[in-house]
Ligand binder design. Structure first.
Ligand code: HEC
Ligand code: HEC
Length: 492
């Protein structure tokens, strides 16, 4: 019954979106979610509500330890759709456990690559990353010996962590006011909405009674229900005195720190893959997995960037630097069509189809940023050119985690790749196979499209690996051993 009712409201939503696409001036923004995507979305939303309800139940008998209270607070906020402008999108919408905390909608991964925001016609420019292991990234810093920026969160490192000492905490301050994600017009709205939630009392007991002691203006509800970005002349539509504004900032910091602490907790970042079990001598690789690991560390040199550990170092399968591996653009991204003002007057991408993701370089020069939780260090501006089109090396942990075998996962910053085999074949043959012709049926097997950008492209380790088909498959088998949940979580 419940599902049927949900499906009915989905049909209504589909009609609404389709109608919205007919609004004057919105022709180019008409990305309509397919019935298949809407059905999956409804299932994900129901799952988020279920997980949230379970976490709310734990408030009745909260843990007596402060660390665990903070983790529970973080979880409650990560699954809280009330923190989005239309009260319909939690962080978890783009980061669910069954996919290793990345995008949980197979149909979106297969088609749009990116996810719609709280305003459902606005899609982001990138594929959701996993939030697991993200808090273990160092605070962004420049290593002069290597000539590299190292650390931070986001594909372009723009959540630096230099203000709060934790990139994942600063990251958590991006989505709430990102117009294509949770869409609130003011960070004060996130604090105001949190003050009305069942976790308020525990928040106050952990972080102090001042947290929500804020004189809210009488029009706060109204101001917070208008999707961002705020009008140019009014960057903070919730009108507060300077002391209350300061308090909002501090409470927003504590919300973000709580979320990052949950992401770092053993429920999310737990080192329980088969790979970890093998390292601990509790399991054995199959012959193919072992062969794959050998190629990963040997002939293919994947571990030059996706580091598999070393003395005193956790194997996180990233070195937290950034590279341009020459990935093709993903023409399926709806972002390319978000060039005209939508029904609310917002255009996410005025560059339209000429948009190129400049990665870390764009972060340093403030270009095409949909959210900017951390300030750029002006001393790094000179590094912009050498970082243009570079993207942070993602962890490979949980890269194959999926709820069922035919579930499609998207890979890379723009989600161009939809299988591990395809991305390995790309590393192997980028510089060997010819360019594809338009609509080439060989795309991905016998030809490759041009890179999204060739600026700073890595040609020494990527593009011509000389791997056999068997070796490619073995690397995929090895990456499948990086899925958490093989060993029980150790609570101690
Ligand atoms: C609409 C989908 C969406 C929502 C909602 C969303 N995210 Fe994300 N998340 C993304 C995308 C896309 C990226 C990569 C964005 C980029 O690099 O510019 C990302 C990146 C991240 C990262 C960076 C991981 C890393 O290794 O650097 C973390 C952590 C994260 N999100 C946590 C959160 C939290 C916490 C919230 C809620 C406050 C949230 N996300 C809400 C889509 C989403
Ligand atoms: C020069 C550094 C470098 C090397 C070498 C390298 N990678 Fe990567 N890898 C990256 C970067 C950077 C990205 C993100 C690229 C992007 O989004 O444009 C990435 C992305 C990936 C992804 C997508 C993960 C996700 O969550 O979307 C996979 C899978 C992957 N690499 C596997 C491998 C394998 C297997 C090898 C060896 C054959 C390898 N990589 C070699 C830097 C490297």
């Amino acid at each position: 019954m419940k599902t049927q009712r949900a499906l009915l409201s989905i049909t209504a939503a589909l009609v609404a979106v389709t109608l919205g696409a007919d609004a004057p001036g919105a022709e180019e923004n008409g990305t309509v979610l397919s019935p298949q995507a809407l059905q999956e979305i409804a299932q994900v939303e129901a799952e988020i509500d279920r997980i949230e309800a379970q976490a709310i139940e734990r408030l009745a008998m909260p843990p007596d330890n402060q660390v665990q209270q903070i983790e529970l607070l973080g979880k409650l906020m990560l699954y809280d759709k009330q923190l989005s402008v239309n009260r319909n999108e939690a962080c978890a919408f783009c980061h669910m456990p069954e996919t290793g905390f990345t995008g949980p909608v197979s149909e979106l991964n297969r088609t749009t690559g990116s996810y719609p925001g709280s305003v459902r016609t606005r899609f982001s420019n990138r594929k959701p990353q996993s939030h697991a292991y993200a808090p273990l990234s160092p605070v962004l810093h420049y290593n002069p010996g290597q000539g590299d920026l190292v650390g931070g969160n986001f594909w372009d490192m723009r959540a630096t962590g230099r203000r709060l000492g934790n990139p994942a905490a600063e990251q958590a301050q991006g989505p709430p006011t990102n117009p294509v994600e949770m869409g609130l017009p003011d960070i004060a709205c996130a604090v105001y909405r949190a003050s009305q939630r069942p976790y308020r009392l525990m928040f106050e007991s952990v972080w102090g009674l001042q947290a929500f002691a804020i004189a809210w203006p009488s029009d706060v509800e109204q101001a917070c229900s208008r999707p961002g970005p705020p009008p140019a002349g009014e960057p903070m539509p919730v009108h507060l005195g300077p002391i209350d504004r300061g308090r909002v900032g501090t409470t927003f910091d504590q919300m973000a720190q709580s979320i990052a602490n949950y992401e770092a907790s053993a429920e999310v970042t737990n080192f329980t893959s088969k790979f970890d079990a093998v390292l601990a001598g509790k399991a054995k690789f199959t012959a193919e997995e072992q062969a794959g690991y050998d190629v990963f560390r040997g002939k293919a040199q994947c571990n030059a960037c996706h580091r598999d550990g070393g003395p005193g170092e956790d194997p996180l399968f990233t070195d937290f630097t950034a590279s341009n591996i020459g990935m093709p653009a993903n023409p399926r991204l709806p972002y390319y069509r978000e060039s005209r003002p939508d029904a609310l007057g917002y255009a996410a991408n005025t560059a339209a189809s000429s948009y190129i993701d400049g990665g870390v370089g764009d972060f340093l020069t403030h270009k095409h940023l949909l959210s900017q939780p951390s300030t750029v260090d002006a001393r790094w501006l000179g590094l912009a050119a050498q970082n243009h089109a570079r993207i942070q090396v993602p962890t490979l942990r949980n890269v194959d985690k999926r709820p069922y075998p035919t579930f499609v996962t998207a890979y890379g910053h723009n989600g161009y790749f939809t299988s591990l085999k395809a991305i390995v074949h790309f590393y192997n043959t980028r510089d060997v196979l010819p360019r594809c012709q338009p609509h080439d049926v060989g795309e991905g097997t016998t030809c490759w499209p041009a890179p999204e950008s060739t600026d700073n492209m890595n040609t020494s380790r990527v593009g011509r690996l000389g791997l056999s088909e068997v070796e490619e498959d073995a690397i995929v088998s090895f990456m499948e051993t990086l899925t958490d949940g093989f060993m029980p979580v150790n609570q101690h």
